[in-house]
Design a protein around this ligand. Structure first.
Ligand code: HEM
Length: 480
């Protein structure tokens, strides 16, 4: 096929499992924690990078930090694409979304500029009161109904990003914007499921007319396209109506909208605001859940973090305090290392044929960075399955959030946010937001497991977290 044709054809592809003729590797083989499967293939087949096929599409997995730095960062000019999903991008019409658009498309640069403008340190200061109001609601919820811990964390993440993106206040239950957002991410998950849609592998099928007996995918795709289009307009139109009636509160969208904007410019604002929800909701929830579970399992770490917070503030922490919590910053790094939110980041696509360590990387291959394997590489992180924030404690009083890790143990921030031109644009927002949540929870509660015997297991998905087990939130003070 086109994909495997190459001018470096005398060089071998990276090693990997051959899979079945025609089918290649089947998606069911990658159902549970595929990052661990990929890491084990590196041992079995040898070498820091692997390749395997699903139908006719080649995936290259990067299991070593050296490969990730060399390819996704140093050679970012040709490694910043996204794999083409015919079902999702073309038939469902989502190709212009920030996450899906090619890094070579001129719009990608504009998106990144808008996102950086709306999520930098200065902008985050303007969102402080949103974060603080919402974390107070979270802490109150944990006090009232600790058994619904996951729902409280989910509500918090959603409410924060809806207010930041659109100035919209989420209501108590059955919020229409939340059901829209959930519907959209559910459909996206189905439409992007690898191996599910033959048209992703044999794009010629997209020309099959929708009435054709086996063209279920096409009728399904057209239906999803209409739903996705109409629901991504809802919050945007809501902001415009608020602005028109003079009742809007400042948000990412309202700051960028100007009278007389072209349709094209408005479309860009809409896709960027939509990406905020998609980028922030599940990631923040995963990190927070893993943090709570790890605190329940590691009381000494929990105590030390709380002593630091108590020594700095004698009230509920605020955004302006979080830079001073250096041990807590080390805890966050270790949570993200031990339980990475995105174990495989998002797949990149290489847009030109390349050669690495004498392996050929054909143009169009999907390139998957195995962040989990890197963060559990014993050469970088001795005893990698041990949870230990001391790895990242610098010793100096002046150490801050952005200080680098102790020599020898690289800062996980170099990996957990992805790579090169596609690196997460939400870091400067996500870090203080997470530190605030962590500090407020530890200030208010002591977290203990309900049972002495709990096994640490992880969920599988684009994001992953420790599977919640029963925990108690024991209040340290009575409310006011
Ligand atoms: C714990 C929190 C978070 C983690 C671990 C995280 C991680 C990531 C990762 C791994 C990627 C893919 C990078 C790549 O392709 O190499 C990504 C992309 C992205 N993230 Fe985040 N993220 C987090 C929070 C956020 C937040 C809060 C926002 C927005 C407010 C956000 C917005 C985005 C966007 C828009 C992209 C797509 C960038 C592109 O395709 O060019 N993320 N993130």
């Amino acid at each position: 096929s086109m994909l495997l044709w190459t001018r470096h054809s005398s060089f071998r592809l990276p090693p990997g499992p051959p899979g079945l003729p025609f089918f290649g590797i089947q998606s069911k083989d990658l159902k549970a924690e595929p990052w661990k499967t990929y890491a084990s293939w590196s041992v079995r087949f040898g070498g820091p990078i692997l390749s395997f096929r699903i139908y006719n599409r080649l995936t290259i997995v990067l299991n070593k930090h050296t490969a990730v730095h060399e390819l996704l960062e140093r050679r970012a000019a040709i490694y910043s694409g996204r794999p083409m999903s015919w079902m999702f991008n073309v038939i469902c019409g989502r190709g212009d979304a920030v996450f899906n658009i090619s890094g070579l498309h001129p719009r990608h640069k504009i998106y990144r500029r808008y996102l950086q403008g709306g999520l930098n340190t200065q902008a985050v200061k303007e969102y402080s009161s949103i974060l603080e109001d919402e974390v107070d609601i979270l802490v109150h919820g944990l006090r009232e109904t600790p058994g619904q811990f996951e729902q409280h964390v989910q509500r918090n993440a959603t409410a924060v990003i809806m207010k930041v993106a659109f100035g919209y206040s989420v209501s108590e239950d059955d919020d229409p914007f939340i059901s829209i957002a959930n519907q959209s991410s559910k459909i996206s998950g189905w439409a992007m499921a690898p191996g599910r849609w033959l048209v992703d592998y044999f794009p010629i099928l997209r020309f099959v007319p929708a009435w054709f007996p086996f063209a279920h995918f096409k009728r399904q795709g057209q239906e999803w396209r209409e739903i996705l289009n109409s629901i991504s307009d809802v919050p945007h139109e809501w902001v415009k109506a608020q602005i028109a009636s003079g009742t809007n509160i400042p948000s990412f969208t309202s700051r960028l909208l100007r009278p007389g904007m072209s349709e094209e410019e408005e479309d860009i604002v809409k896709w960027c605001a939509g990406a905020l929800y998609a980028g922030a909701a599940d990631t923040t929830v995963s990190a927070t859940i893993s943090f709570v579970m790890l605190m329940a399992l590691h009381p000494a770490v929990q105590d030390q973090a709380r002593r630091e917070i108590d020594s700095i503030v004698d009230r509920i922490p605020r955004v302006s305090d979080v830079d001073r919590f250096s041990y807590l910053a080390a805890v966050l790094k270790e949570v993200m290392r031990y339980a990475p939110v995105g174990n495989l980041a998002l797949p990149h696509q290489v847009t030109q044929e390349d050669l690495y360590l004498n392996y050929r990387i054909p143009a169009g291959s999907t390139v998957v960075p195995n962040i989990w394997a890197i963060l559990h590489d014993p050469e970088l992180y001795p005893d990698p399955f041990k949870f230990d924030p001391e790895r990242f404690v610098c010793g100096s009083e002046a150490s801050t959030l952005r200080s680098s890790a102790r020599p020898g143990q690289p800062d996980p921030n170099a990996y957990v946010w992805g790579f090169g031109r596609r690196r997460c644009p939400g870091i400067q927002f996500a870090e203080p937001a997470l530190l605030l949540t962590m500090a407020c929870i530890l200030h208010t509660f002591i977290i203990t497991p309900e049972s002495d015997t709990v096994a640490v297991e992880f969920t599988t998905g684009i994001t992953s977290h420790i599977k919640p087990f029963g925990v108690r939130f024991i209040p340290r003070h009575s409310e006011f």
